[in-house]
Design a protein around this ligand. Structure first.
Ligand code: GLU
Length: 314
């Protein structure tokens, strides 16, 4: 595993097309795209890293996985009355389907759906309490008290997040916001501004892996369902492409991070800030394609003895 990660980091460093950093959140616009890190936390307690695996980055939409787990813990299946479970086929911040589908977002991983998720775990608490609960969940999952939110990133997104304001008000107009819209948006921007490095994110992702000896933060059924949603909706309108190329559930963020789960085996965190045309990490996606090819890991089948199952380009 260590040799594989070292190879993957070297391939990323040699790749001259790093993608384009997100610029719509001013605080993220100045990040050097020439960075790459990867970490693998295995179910049997192994931890492997390569590249800039200790460099903190803004997890952005990867936070939607932890937020969904928290919201499900609060209200259980009732959340599905307010948000769907289908891929949107549209970009992360699209408002198009909301009008046609009466203010019920397609899934909890596009921005509109994530605003409903945030509203759900915020309900009945102050933003400070709700964010404290979210941080406690993430820290418990990673077994790391050193995980924080970056206030400047949250402020930067809140000041410029016109799209998210539109989505939240549109949801409110359809009676699909319970809390004050500004409070939901403030909480959402802070949630997205959680910072982690690849090592911390891989460790936090173990709650979706089935890790013996680790306290279960969600039930088996819920874990399977979150993984299913990551597979079908975790990469916006690039979800099908990621499933095709990598074959494992994953959730991306515009900060360039991707959390990938190999159920029963490992959680993998990869980070490179340059994005592809879908808004997902370009080098991160390519690294995961190489990782899946070399390990043969896929939820769609087991590798032949001793090797990978197919060529990455097939
Ligand atoms: N905070 C970002 C937004 O709401 C998250 C999007 C993403 O990471 O894909 O625009």
């Amino acid at each position: 595993m260590q040799d594989l990660l070292t190879d993957i980091a070297a391939a990323a460093a040699a790749n001259s097309d790093k993608g384009k950093v997100a610029t719509y959140i001013p605080e993220l616009a100045g990040i050097d795209p020439d960075q790459f890190g990867i970490a693998v936390a295995t179910a049997d307690g192994g931890l492997f890293t390569a590249g800039a695996a200790e460099t903190p980055f803004s997890i952005q939409s990867v936070s939607k996985v932890f937020a969904l787990a928290l919201a499900l813990g609060r209200v259980g299946d009732q959340i599905w009355r307010r948000v769907g479970r289908e891929p949107s086929g549209l970009s992360f911040d699209s408002i198009l389907l909301l009008e046609r589908e009466n203010g019920i977002p397609r899934n909890p991983f596009i921005n509109a759906g994530a605003l409903v998720t945030t509203d759900t775990y915020l309900s009945g608490s102050s933003p400070r309490e709700a964010l404290g609960e979210l941080l406690r969940f993430i820290r418990a999952a990673a077994d790391d008290e050193g995980i924080h939110m970056n206030e400047q990133v949250a402020t930067s997104e809140f000041a410029t997040g016109h799209r998210n304001f539109s989505l939240a008000h549109y949801l409110a107009s359809h009676d699909n916001m319970r809390s004050d819209v500004d409070k939901v948006l403030g909480t959402y921007c802070h949630q997205c501004a959680v910072e982690m490095n690849c090592r911390q994110l891989a460790l936090a992702g173990r709650f979706l892996v089935d890790t013996p000896g680790m306290p279960a933060l969600v039930s088996i059924e819920r874990r399977r369902r979150i993984n299913a949603l990551m597979m079908t909706c975790g990469h916006y309108d690039g979800s099908g492409d990621f499933a095709f190329r990598v074959g494992m559930p994953g959730k991306s963020g515009v900060g360039g991070g991707i959390l990938v789960i190999s159920p029963g085996r490992a959680a993998i965190a990869v980070w490179s800030p340059g994005l592809n045309r879908y808004g997902n990490s370009k080098l991160g996606t390519e690294a995961m394609e190489l990782f899946a090819h070399r390990t043969g890991w896929s939820v769609f089948g087991v590798p032949h003895a001793g090797g990978a199952i197919c060529h990455a380009s097939s």
